[in-house]
Design a protein around this ligand. Structure first.
Ligand code: ADP
Ligand code: GLC
Length: 498
């Protein structure tokens, strides 16, 4: 039985494993900062719950201990701290931090060590995150503040709906947000007892997934509602191959599954004020964008040339992002002629191949391995066009950033990319909606053909300007999507209270 719904005092616990600017590895970090801030602007009392990694403890000032949580099952005891996350849209978001030094205070990333190996105790680390999320969301909570809804994100908080399902008292409704089905949180079956879940949950109608347990499956199965981060992805995951084995479960739950497109932090990603740029610009002062192109070419050791078409790409080096295709077309791309910069990190083989590529084409292709927030902003501003040949893309944020920066993206027609980029055709140019380029078939040939299409339009300056201005005029702010989440929270509470 959930707590009573009310539009005026709606309270939400947003459980996440990463948040910008404290510890971001990808889009979830951006969303975990910007969506709660937008919800607070709509009057929703949303608070974050996040593990106390060193970066989180160091980045948040004025922390106060609110309670101690005794060890349950095989979880060590932990302290719960509270602080405020300063988000750029001038809203402070309250944050609860789980301080459990044995699980979270270590050098490395949130999911992996410095060598790129998953932490061996990830089940315990994120089991504890989910467990404390569930405790705070029920009438056994030691806190006076109680959420009506828990908003879980990806596998790391996937067990919260399972814990809540098996709790018999008054509890919050649960929403499971899917940012990426490729990460499933799979562990040996024995993990269930270690984490204090009943053995009965190890079932096809439960957390069992091909003989092992999956944190993500737990969330998808037990959550009261599921949201994926774009309408197209919500459809794609109900069929193979993008359902990653969950398509049957998701299709069966389609009445309780929505797609809500992510927004962007329009203050943090604004070419008119962005402090990472060499020169700020607007749609009416696009000439100033070229200063960023020059600075970027210089900084990367590329030939400084204001007229050459310059492509940028930023992202995680994984199978998902399709950089293998980019590697295949890069030699022809240079002959167009065009330049390319790639910023990213991830799979060792891709890092090596990218590094080799840059060595083979000095002055034409630059590659930077690592995570560099400032450089990513400068690439959005200094490149002419942004490449995202993703095999699948639940939402994607860079294609929205690049439209806002007057850097029309070229993207594979999938997931949120399809929902946010309008292909440049005579018809869409005529009606003013064209904002980038799409290619529909995931082959080097189709990708290269689309790259050539970009080059033709790029050299047709009046048309290129229109394309840039169309993209810059689009509203990618969080407001409408945050309002859609609020409506879902309310509908969910109303449904469960009947
Ligand atoms: P995903 O979450 O799948 O990685 P998104 O497009 O949703 O993809 O978000 C990725 C976010 O992470 C963007 O803000 C992007 O700029 C940022 N990012 C990814 N890789 C890097 C990197 N190497 N350096 C800086 N920022 C990066
Ligand atoms: C994931 C997806 C990406 C999405 C992001 C934020 O990591 O890969 O497409 O934009 O989450 O929702």
């Amino acid at each position: 039985m959930p707590l009573t719904p009310s539009r005026s005092d709606l309270s939400v616990l947003f459980i996440t494993s990463e948040v910008h600017p404290l510890n971001k590895t990808g889009g979830l970090g951006d969303v975990s900062a910007a969506l709660p801030a937008a919800l607070r602007q709509l009057g929703v009392d949303v608070r974050l719950l996040i593990p106390g990694y060193p970066q989180v403890l160091a980045g948040l000032k004025y922390k106060r201990k609110v309670t101690e949580l005794a060890g349950l099952s095989q979880f060590p005891p932990a302290a719960l701290l509270s602080a405020k996350l300063p988000v750029s849209a001038s809203v402070d978001v309250p944050v609860f931090i789980i301080d459990c030094p044995g699980l979270y205070r270590r050098e490395g990333g949130p999911y992996m060590d410095v060598a790129g190996r998953d932490w061996p105790d990830n089940a315990l680390r994120f089991g504890l995150l989910a467990k404390i999320g569930a405790i705070l969301a029920c009438d056994a909570s030691p806190l006076a503040w109680r959420p009506q809804v828990v908003h879980c994100n990806d596998w790391q908080s996937g067990l919260t709906p399972a814990y809540l399902h098996f709790y018999r008292g008054i509890k919050a409704a649960s929403l499971m947000a899917i940012h990426n089905l490729a990460f499933q949180g799979i562990f040996p079956p024995g993990t269930i007892t270690q984490l204090g879940l009943p053995i009965s949950s190890f079932d096809i109608n439960g957390v069992e997934y091909h003989g092992r347990m999956s944190f993500l499956k737990a969330g998808l199965y037990y959550a009261d509602h599921i949201v994926s981060v774009s309408p197209t992805y919500a459809r794609e995951i109900q069929t193979a191959p993008l359902g990653f084995g969950f398509q049957g479960l998701l299709a069966g739950r389609r009445k309780h599954l929505n797609g809500i497109i992510n927004g962007i932090d329009a203050v943090e990603w604004d070419p008119a004020t962005d402090p990472c740029l060499v020169r700020n610009y607007t749609a009416n002062k696009l000439a100033a964008k070229t200063a960023n192109k020059r600075a970027l070419q210089q900084a990367l050791g590329l030939t400084v040339d204001p007229d050459i078409l310059f492509f940028g790409a930023v992202g995680r080096f994984t199978q998902q992002k399709g950089y293998d295709l980019l590697l295949q077309v890069a030699p022809q791309l240079t002959k167009i002629p065009a330049q390319l910069v790639v910023l990213g990190s991830g799979e060792a083989a891709l890092q090596q191949q990218m590094t080799m590529l840059a060595k083979t084409y000095p002055g034409k292709i630059a590659v930077r391995i690592g995570f560099d927030e400032t450089l990513s902003h400068l690439i959005e501003a200094g490149a002419d066009s942004f490449l995202m040949p993703s095999r699948f893309e639940p939402c994607g944020l860079n294609q929205m950033y690049s439209q806002r920066y007057g850097t029309p993206p070229l993207v594979h027609a999938t997931g949120g990319l399809l929902d946010t980029v309008v292909d440049c055709t005579p018809a869409t140019l005529a009606d003013g909606s064209a904002s980038g380029f799409l290619f529909h078939t995931m082959t080097p040939g189709h990708f290269l053909a689309a790259i050539r299409r970009v080059a033709i339009i790029y050299h047709d300056k009046p048309t290129w300007r229109r394309l840039q201005k169309n993209g810059m005029a689009k509203d990618f702010s969080w407001h409408p999507s945050a309002a859609a989440y609020r409506e879902i929270y309310l509908a969910l509470l109303s449904r469960l209270s009947k």
